[in-house]
Design a protein around this ligand. Structure first.
Ligand code: GDP
Ligand code: IMO
Ligand code: MG
Length: 427
C-alpha cells in the first residue's frame, strides 16, 4: 500500500502518461494535482492511442478512482469534450471525480493568454494559449472562480458579474478588444455545470479516506520540474508547481504520506516553447531525434526542441524532488546513434557551473561541457530484461544514474505499456 508521486524531471513530455498508465494497474486512485489542459499525456494500451489533457491517465482501469485535484485549473468545455471522446471510444469514465476546490479556466483567461503573449513580442514564453497563466494568476490574486462556485446559479451569476466587469475593462481599455457578455458566459458555464455536477465533490475528503484505508495512490504530475515557477527557467515556466511538493498542495495529501517520489527522465532532452535549453541541438542530430522520435507536442502540435541529456538539470531536479526512484524513457530513440553525449556542467564565461543558475541570460550564453560515450547500434525495443540491453546502453544508463544521483527502476524502450523493462517494482 503506497502513495507514489510521478514527476516530470525535465521540461515536460518525459512520458508521464505512459508510466502512469503502467503503474495505475495496481492503483486504487490516480490524482492529477497541477496544471490544466496545457498537459498532453500520451497513453498507448490495448484500447488504442489516447492524448489526455485533463483526465488522469488511470482512466483505463475502471477500479481506479480518477481524481482531478484542487490544484488543477479546469476548462470545463475541454474536459467535457475529452470525456465524450473517451466514451465514444468505449472507455468508461464513471470513476471520475472533480474537486470542488479546483479553479475554472474562463473565456477571458484564454483571450488574455493570447493577448499577453502577443504583447511580449520577442520575449514571448510560447505558452500553450490555454489560459493557464491568467487562471493561476487570478487564483493567487483571489479573483478566481472555483468549481463549487458554478453549482449554484445565483451565487455563480453574482460572482461572475463582478469579475467579468473588471475583466471587460482590461479587454476593452487595455487591449482594445470586444467585451464578453455576461449572459453568454453564464449560459455556457451553467450548461457545463449541469453536465459535470455528478462528478463534483470534496475530493480532499475522498483522498484522505483513501489514504486512511491504505490504498495505492498515484499522484500524476503534469509538466516538468524545469517549468516550476520557483526553480525552473523563469519567466519561461508554467504557473503551477509540477514538483513533488506541489503534489501535496494540489491533492490535499500531507507530505508525510508520500512514500515514493518517482522522477521520469527522457534519455535525452526536449523542450517546447521559449526559454533557455543549454543542450539544444540545432543541427542534424537534433533534427534526427525530432523526426525519428516524432517530437511534436501532444497539445499544440509544435515541434519540440531536442538535445542531449542534461545531467545538471537531472541532478538539480533529483534534489528538488527527492526522487526515490527514477524511470528512464525513450532509450530506444538513441538506438542508432554512433555516439551519445551527456552534459555534465556548463561553462558560463570562464566559470564551470554544476548547479542550475537562476539567471536566464547566463543560461542563454552558457556552453555545455559534454562527456561522450559510444552508442550501441542495436534495437532495444523488444528487450524486456536489463541484462539483455547492449553493454554500451547499460553503460549509458549507469553513467546517468551516477550523475543525477538516482537509480532507474524502469527503463522504457517504446511507447506501448509492455515496452518496459521493470528492474524493481514501484508499487
Ligand atoms: P508526457 O506529457 O510526459 O505524458 O509525455 P508525452 O505524451 O507528451 O510525450 C511522450 C511521447 O513519448 C509520447 O508520444 C509517448 O507515446 C512516447 N513514449 C513514451 N515512452 C516511450 C519510449 O520509451 N519510447 C518511445 N519511442 N516513445 C515513448
Ligand atoms: P506535459 O504534462 C511540455 C510549456 C509551454 C510553455 C510553458 C508555459 O505534457 O508534460 P503554459 O501554457 O503552461 O502557460 O506554457 O510551459 N508547457 C509544457 N511543455 N509539456 C507540458 O505538459 C507543458 N505544459 C506547459 O510549452 O513553454
Ligand atoms: Mg506531454
Amino acid at each position: 500500500m503506497s502513495v507514489v508521486a510521478v514527476i516530470g524531471a525535465q521540461w515536460g513530455d518525459e512520458g508521464k502518461g505512459k508510466i502512469v498508465d503502467l503503474l495505475a494497474e495496481k492503483a486504487d486512485a490516480v490524482v492529477r494535482f497541477s496544471g490544466g489542459d496545457n498537459a498532453g499525456h500520451t497513453v498507448i494500451n490495448p484500447k488504442g492511442e489516447f492524448k489526455l489533457h485533463i483526465v488522469p491517465s488511470g482512466i483505463f482501469y475502471p477500479r481506479a478512482a480518477c481524481i482531478i485535484g484542487n490544484g488543477v485549473v479546469i476548462n470545463p468545455g475541454v474536459l467535457l469534450q475529452e470525456l465524450d471522446d473517451l466514451k465514444a471510444r468505449g472507455v468508461n469514465v464513471d470513476n471520475l471525480h472533480i474537486s470542488d476546490r479546483a479553479h475554472l479556466i474562463m473565456p477571458w483567461h484564454i483571450l488574455l493568454d493570447g493577448l499577453e503573449e502577443e504583447k511580449r513580442g520577442d520575449g514571448a514564453i510560447g505558452t500553450t494559449k490555454k489560459g493557464i497563466g491568467p487562471a493561476f494568476a487570478d487564483k493567487t490574486a483571489r479573483r478566481g472562480i472555483r468549481v463549487c462556485d458554478m453549482l449554484d446559479p445565483a451565487v455563480f451569476k453574482a460572482r461572475l458579474a463582478i469579475i467579468l466587469a473588471a475583466k471587460n475593462d482590461i479587454l476593452t481599455k487595455v487591449y482594445n478588444t470586444a467585451p464578453l457578455g455576461l449572459e453568454a458566459v453564464f449560459n455556457e458555464y451553467w450548461g457545463y455545470a449541469q453536465r459535470l455536477a455528478h462528478y463534483i465533490e470534496d475530493t480532499t475528503a475522498l483522498v484522505s479516506d483513501l489514504v486512511r484505508k491504505g490504498s495505492n495512490i498515484v499522484l500524476e504530475g503534469a509538466q516538468g520540474s524545469m517549468l516550476d515557477p520557483d526553480f525552473g527557467s523563469y519567466p519561461f515556466v508554467t504557473s503551477s508547481s509540477p514538483l513533488a511538493a506541489g503534489a501535496c498542495i494540489g491533492s490535499g495529501i500531507n507530505p508525510r504520506r508520500i512514500d515514493r517520489v518517482v522522477g521520469i527522465f527522457k534519455a535525452y532532452t526536449t523542450r517546447v516553447g521559449g526559454g533557455p535549453m543549454p543542450t539544444e541541438l540545432k543541427d542534424d542530430v537534433g533534427e534526427y531525434i525530432r523526426q525519428h522520435a516524432h517530437e511534436y507536442g501532444a497539445t499544440t502540435g509544435r515541434a519540440r526542441r531536442c538535445g542531449w541529456f542534461d545531467a545538471v538539470v537531472g541532478r538539480y531536479t533529483t534534489e528538488l524532488n527527492g526522487f526515490t526512484n527514477g524511470i528512464l524513457t525513450r532509450l530506444d530513440v538513441l538506438d542508432e546513434m554512433e555516439n551519445v553525449k551527456i552534459c555534465v556542467a556548463y561553462k558560463v564565461g570562464d566559470k564551470t557551473v554544476e548547479h542550475f543558475p537562476a539567471d536566464v541570460e547566463a543560461l542563454d550564453h552558457c556552453t555545455p561541457i559534454y562527456e561522450e560515450l559510444p552508442g550501441w547500434k542495436t534495437s532495444t525495443t523488444d528487450m524486456r530484461e536489463a541484462k539483455k540491453l547492449p553493454v554500451n546502453a547499460r553503460k549509458y544508463v549507469k553513467r546517468l544514474e551516477e550523475l543525477i544521483g538516482c537509480p532507474f527502476h524502469i527503463i522504457s524502450i517504446g511507447p506501448r505499456r509492455e515496452q518496459s523493462i521493470v528492474i524493481k517494482n514501484i508499487i
